[in-house]
Design a protein around this ligand. Structure first.
Ligand SMILES: O=c1ccn([C@@H]2O[C@H](COP(=O)(O)O)[C@@H](O)[C@H]2O)c(=O)[nH]1
Length: 274
């Protein structure tokens, strides 16, 4: 999928919502545990209910790997289900991978050959040779961690060099030379508010994956005010705020309503800032 394809979907759906499939067996309605594959059953219902209002899905691998072989099967079936039913969706493996070159090659093959993901999140810490193996696949994306949404982002990402440049700025400046805008996006947390302005000074035209609205309290309005560009340039993720909106038998209905609510906000924001 190209940048233009993503933007076309955003215009069509008037949404730049990414629904995070962080499926936790202790949080889903407990009656689902009677199913043979509760994770997949839950995901299918959430996907069907929210698909009209979003342009992307982001399963976070931690929630699947922690369930061992059953988790991997549920992950794989979930990706196949989205591909088959909603081929226009952008599917992100939130895996935060990155290792020495030959190991990264295996990670890339996992998500782009063995499975059919559009994008994988990658940590920049090990540098260019750890990221490059993910970039050798046509129409597939690396989403590089740049400025994360958590409190710990302050531990390293704001460290300044002798010229006053912060580490997240260095990550953006250096890594944008490794790939085109059709291959690389960046993770920037919604909780970082006005700092989107600084990010946009370095990467004005790239897409950003933005987690941190909903459960983490980031402001969608602020993200748009400081981060939206002429192709929207934003995929804003919400996981818990949508998928755990309700713990009853109506969980999917409620998730759909929550996604619809955000989509309507996004529609209004697109009218203001695009
Ligand atoms: O900086 C980051 C990078 C990744 N995440 C991930 O996004 C979702 C957020 O979930 P919510 O329930 O909407 O808070 C989750 O998978 C995180 O691991 C992030 O939050 N911040």
């Amino acid at each position: 999928m190209t940048k233009q394809d993503i933007f076309n979907q955003i215009k069509k759906k008037q949404s730049f919502l990414c629904v995070g499939l962080d499926t936790d067996l202790t949080k889903i309605p407990q009656y689902l545990l009677e199913n043979e594959d509760p994770i997949y059953t839950f995901n299918r219902a959430i996907i069907d209910a929210t698909a009209p209002y979003c342009v992307a899905f982001k399963p976070n691998l931690a929630f699947y790997e922690s369930e061992g072989i059953n988790g991997w099967l549920a992950f794989s079936k979930t990706v196949a289900y989205i591909r088959q039913r909603y081929p226009e969706m952008f599917i992100i493996a939130d895996a935060k991978r990155g290792d020495i070159g030959n190991t990264s090659e295996m990670y890339a093959a996992t998500f782009f050959n063995e499975m059919d993901l559009d994008a994988v999140t990658v940590a920049p810490y090990m540098g260019e040779d750890s990221v490059k193996p993910f970039l050798g696949y046509r129409d597939k994306w690396v989403i590089l961690l740049a400025l994360t949404s958590n409190r710990g982002s302050h531990d390293f990402q704001f460290t300044k060099d002798e010229n006053g440049e912060r580490l997240f700025e260095k990550v953006l400046k250096v890594s944008k030379e490794w790939a085109t805008e059709d291959q690389m996006m960046y993770v920037v947390g919604a909780t970082q508010g006005k700092l989107f302005e600084d990010v946009r000074k370095i990467v004005p035209d790239h897409f950003l994956l933005v987690p941190g609205v909903g459960a983490q309290g980031g402001s969608l309005e602020e993200v748009c005010q400081y981060g939206m560009n002429k192709s929207c340039g934003l995929l804003v993720n919400s996981s818990r705020g949508i998928i755990y909106a309700d713990n009853s038998e109506d969980f999917a209905l409620s998730a759909g309503k929550e996604a619809r609510k955000i989509q309507l906000e996004m529609k209004a924001l697109l009218e203001i800032y695009l």
